[in-house]
Design a protein around this ligand. Structure first.
Ligand SMILES: [Ca+2]
Ligand SMILES: [Ca+2]
Length: 378
């Protein structure tokens, strides 16, 4: 009985804080059911991905890509990365191996650059090559897609990459660059989820091309899309940094308008109101939203065996919330499940080959840039 009484306490506290929140019920979780091991340290890392042999590629904000071996801690710089404009939120951003990486060695990556009209996010490919002396580079690097238009400013590039489950298409996110209206502009790729062929050209059959949209557009009305991931049934989930009090997880469906900046459960950071989502307004409402915000960065869909209780969950790295956030999926439904305080801005989340969760700290605003491995607490 005593044990029961003690465990009931935190639940009561959670219920009180949820009453105060304007957003959906919070899901603060005090006890961590995982052990956190510090594996390495990077200089403002942005993204990571596992290669089939268990090694990782890690990007750093300023423009370095690093081949990292978690077995022995070896770091090898990857040559061949184009110049990156890393001012503000600019960075060498995402990196993902191609679906046929084992055969082709092709790697897809994104970065911000200066160009005609200002700055924008570019998508590029290169072929991973490691010489017998360990020297590593990407050969034949070429930019295969650029956001349009390029504009001034250093924010909201987005730049996340995900391959469709059949490996035939590539989804790429373009942020609205802190310019608001481009998210609703049919001709712009800003504030959109894009669907491309593997060579970077717009995919045939995109839902809005016949209505005069840029032919790459898959969905629109987005703000700063810092994570996309497919679930086991092929649904595409997206999370974005919304305006004040309006961070979102969305289920992405082709051709839909997700509302920004015309509808959001948050409001502009300068205090201007944005009408909340409501039924029948023509905008697709988020499945989950946060007020106060979590500042979602990396996103991964968990399918591993090491944490069987978390299968079919989304894991989100939180920047301002300094948290690891779990969202439970149930078909097309999503709900807040856990939010663990990590004491540092979390930029990126990945699932390792054995089902461990791997996190990258952001490296900015007092956080280090450590690589963390999460395994069951037992
Ligand atoms: Ca990743
Ligand atoms: Ca609102």
């Amino acid at each position: 009985m005593r044990h029961l009484a003690l465990t009931a306490l935190p639940l009561a506290l959670i219920a009180c804080s949820a009453d105060d929140a304007v957003g959906q019920n919070s899901a603060a979780s005090a006890a961590k059911p995982f052990r956190t091991s510090v594996i390495a340290d990077f200089d403002a890392p942005w993204a990571m991905t596992f290669l089939p042999d268990g090694r990782m590629l890690v990007t750093e904000k300023a423009g370095e890509m690093i081949l990292f071996d978690p077995k022995n801690g070896t770091k090898i710089p990857v040559a061949g990365i184009p110049p990156v404009d890393s001012a503000g939120q600019g960075a060498l951003m995402d990196v993902v191996p191609a679906p046929d990486f084992a055969r082709s060695g092709t790697v897809y990556f994104s970065f911000s650059e200066a160009g005609q009209g200002g700055k924008g996010v570019a998508l590029a490919t290169g072929v991973f090559n490691q010489a017998s002396d360990g020297t590593t580079k990407l050969d034949g690097v070429k930019v295969i897609f650029r956001a349009s238009p390029y504009v001034d400013g250093n924010g909201h590039y987005s730049g996340r990459i995900a391959f469709s489950p059949d490996g035939k298409h590539l989804f790429f996110t373009n942020g609205e660059r802190q310019k608001f209206d481009p998210a609703q502009d049919p001709k712009s790729t800003l504030g959109k989820v894009l669907r491309l062929n593997l060579d970077g050209t717009p995919a045939a059959g995109n839902p809005l091309a016949a209505k005069g949209f840029h032919p790459a557009v898959w969905s629109y009305g987005h703000r700063n899309l810092l994570g996309i991931a497919f679930d086991k049934d092929g649904r595409l989930w997206e999370q974005e940094m919304g305006p004040k009090g309006g961070d979102e997880v969305n289920l992405i469906r082709p051709g839909l308008n997700y509302g920004y900046p015309l509808a959001s459960n948050g409001s502009h950071y300068d205090g201007r109101d944005i009408p909340d989502h409501k039924a029948g307004d023509g905008f697709e409402a988020p499945k989950v939203w946060w007020n106060p915000v979590i500042s979602p960065a990396g996103l991964v869909y968990y399918s591993g065996d090491l944490f069987p209780q978390w299968k079919d969950s989304l894991f989100i790295g939180g920047l301002s919330s300094e948290a690891l956030v779990r969202v439970k999926l149930e078909g097309e439904k999503a709900s807040k499940a856990d939010q663990w305080d990590m004491g540092a801005r979390i930029r990126e989340v990945e699932q390792g080959p054995d089902g461990a969760l791997w996190l990258l700290e952001d490296g900015g605003q007092g956080s280090q840039g450590r690589l963390l491995k999460l395994t069951p607490a037992v």
